[in-house]
Every structure is written in C-alpha cells, then in structure tokens.
Design a protein around this ligand. Sequence first.
Ligand SMILES: Cc1cc2nc3c(=O)[nH]c(=O)nc-3n(C[C@H](O)[C@H](O)[C@H](O)COP(=O)(O)OP(=O)(O)OC[C@H]3O[C@@H](n4cnc5c(N)ncnc54)[C@H](O)[C@@H]3O)c2cc1C
Length: 266
Amino acid sequence: MTSVWTQTAELPRFPALKGDLKTEVLIIGGGAAGLLCAYFLEQEGVDYALVEADRICGGITKNTTAKVTAQHGDKYRQLLASLGAETAGQYAAAQRQAVEDYEALIRRAGIRCGWERRSSWLTAGEEAAIRFCAERYEHFLLVINGGSALDMSGICSIPGVNAILYLCQLGQEGGHAFADVLSGAVSPSGKLTDTWARRYADLPFSQEYSYLNGDLQNEFYKEGIYVGYRFFDSFGVEPAYPFGFGLSYTDFAIRCAGVSAPDGGM
Ligand SMILES: Cc1cc2nc3c(=O)[nH]c(=O)nc-3n(C[C@H](O)[C@H](O)[C@H](O)COP(=O)(O)OP(=O)(O)OC[C@H]3O[C@@H](n4cnc5c(N)ncnc54)[C@H](O)[C@@H]3O)c2cc1C
C-alpha cells in the first residue's frame, strides 16, 4: 500500500543495536504508539530505549489517514451495552482529551502536519467520489444508508445528483427493500419523520449538543417546546426537507370525493 507518507517522507534509518543495553523502560516498536510513549517518557525525564525491527513508522503507521476524532459510534455502542454508561463516558472523555493532547503536542513541537480542526462532514474522498459519479453517469442516484438526519449542504450543491434515496435503519431486509425500490417493484413511499435543517448550524443549540457540551449521558433540549418542526415553523427557518417530506415515482393528489350525512344528521 502506498500513502502520502511513503511518497513524501523519508523514513529514518538507525544502526542496529550492538550488544546489551540497560534501560528503565523498553519500548518495542517505533510506530505511532511507540513514538508517543517515547515522547511522553522523554517529557517526564524517564530513561527509555525504543527498538524497532524495521523502519521507524514503517508499520501500520505509515498508512494512517491521520484523522484524529472522538467519534467512535460503534465503540460507544459496544461499551454502553457491555460495560455501561459510566465506562463509555470515561472512554469518550479519554478520546476527547487525546484530541486536545494531539493539538497541544503539534503546537508545542511545531510539527508541520497541516493540523486543522474540522467539523465532521463528508470526507474530501467521499465528496470527490460523489462528484466523480455525478459527472459521469447520466442517471445518478445517491443512496444514503443512515440512521438519522444529516447535514446535506455539501451534497445538495453537487450538480448531477438526480435523486437521493434515504434508507433509514432498515436492518437485514434492507437490501431487498432497496432492490424493490430501485427496480420499480414498489414505489418509494417513506416520509421523513423529522425536519432536516439546511445546515447543522441552523438547529437551535447545535453548538452545545452531545459531545460538544462534554456530557454524553444527559441531553437537555433547551429549545423547550420549539423542538423539531416547531422551531422551523415558529422562527421562519427554511429547512432542507420538512417533516413528512418524501418523493415517489409518481404524484398523488388528495381531494374530497364528497360528504354525506345519513338521515340528515350525524
Ligand atoms: C489505511 C489506514 C488508515 C488509518 N487511518 C487512521 C486514522 O485516520 N486515524 C487513526 O487514529 N488511526 C488510523 N489508522 C490506524 C492507525 O494507523 C494505527 O492504529 C496505528 O498507526 C498503529 O500504530 P502502532 O504503533 O500500534 O503500530 P505500527 O505502526 O504497526 O508499529 C508497530 C511497529 O512495531 C515494530 N515491531 C513489531 N514487532 C517488533 C519486535 N519484536 N521488535 C521490534 N519492533 C517490532 C514494527 O516493525 C512496527 O514498525 C489507520 C490504519 C490504516 C491501515
């Protein structure tokens, strides 16, 4: 596998160890984990030696995308189910701290690695893949296999996205349902059960939600009764897709065919 690292960085070489070595701490492996251990031991003035069988950062580390994030949805789910909310919360706190520590380390050591704080939208690669297909295929359908509302601002502006099919929490029959919709055996008839904002920032208190307020165990809906569509309706905020939105292969109209009151009363 090639990566930006392997193409642009010269991995350092060191002479082989000759003879015995006495040390307080021996770190085996000069990947990201070993180097971080070495760095922090160095900061504490602890005597250590790091041995590497091949090249420094020549193992898995040379392939990393280097995304540093606390968003480990599956891991949180596993921990919640197996060890409970307190442990999951401790894990989340450790992950958030790691992001801070990375940033501090990069600034302190003046490492030029293009460190940037970014919101978690589509990755550049994912967006590029959508653009690639949208440009080349006349009939391009974007399928989102997701679990809740998304910020679609980056996606909606891509020319050539003819349609978006949202598969929401379908489970093991999802593939069959998708095939039925795609082949026209059934008409897509699902309607949104919530309101999707144009941009995440349009949601009230979006900057304080979930991990942003540091509390993964409690969520307080500070918007009070203006939760969901009530906020958009009451404050005139245009959503991307309103509550109940959903297109189909055809149009439907509902009209009253007539009203009658038997025996002149109800
Ligand atoms: C494609 C890809 C993308 C990734 N993207 C991300 C990402 O975006 N964010 C993220 O956080 N993680 C990412 N990861 C995971 C991350 O890269 C790894 O978790 C991390 O690099 C592992 O570091 P390490 O030091 O544990 O292992 P390694 O980098 O494999 O280092 C282990 C080192 O130990 C040496 N060694 C083994 N045995 C001995 C021995 N007996 N004596 C001496 N030396 C020995 C090896 O030669 C090797 O250099 C990605 C991984 C891959 C493959």
